[in-house]
Design a protein around this ligand. Structure first.
Ligand code: HEC
Length: 143
């Protein structure tokens, strides 16, 4: 009787001890994409859905001050820019640029493609999936 009780206590203790490290270690394994330390979303590299969510978050944080939440080029910081950011809803513009142009300007900034240096580069966006998702997001503004 006493032994059984002891064993079940031991088993319980073992079970709790073992169950703890696993969530912690899987948390540590996740932030590999290393895009932003603030990126709370796990597995962003694993699924397009999470990548799209991440891109949305990046756009809201970094791009809307100039480009506006609807991509119309009317963010609060756009007034002082010359030239001002264009309207991402303009389908003629979409037809005039390829995906690579959009990805290059996102990653390396306006100066890299002969445009205004006021468009900053984002060299820390090392995950090509995220850059592609940002490009898709911009494409989706098209009217
Ligand atoms: C400080 C203001 C500013 C911020 C922040 C900014 N942009 Fe821009 N962006 C501009 C300006 C100004 C232009 C227009 C450059 C030109 O026409 O010469 C531009 C142009 C662009 C273009 C190319 C449009 C074209 O004419 O071919 C894309 C795509 C773009 N930005 C995406 C982004 C994305 C994505 C982000 C966020 C990661 C971002 N921008 C952040 C100012 C900004």
């Amino acid at each position: 009787m006493r032994n059984t009780t002891l064993i079940s206590i031991l088993a319980l203790a073992l079970a709790t001890a073992c169950s703890k490290p696993s969530p912690a270690s899987s948390d540590q394994a996740e932030p590999q994409p290393g895009v932003t330390p603030a990126g709370g979303t796990t597995a962003s590299a694993a699924t397009g859905g999470a990548g799209a969510a991440k891109a949305k978050e990046i756009f809201a944080n970094r791009c809307t001050p100039c480009h506006g939440p609807e991509g119309r080029g009317d963010g609060p910081a756009s007034a002082s820019l010359n030239p001002r950011p264009r309207d991402f809803q303009d389908k003629d513009w979409h037809a005039s640029v390829d995906d690579k142009h959009i990805e290059t300007i996102i990653k390396f900034g306006g100066a890299a493609v002969g445009k205004s240096p006021a468009m900053p580069g984002n060299p820390d966006l090392n995950d090509p999936v995220i850059v592609a998702e940002l490009r898709t997001l911009i494409r989706n503004f098209k009217n």
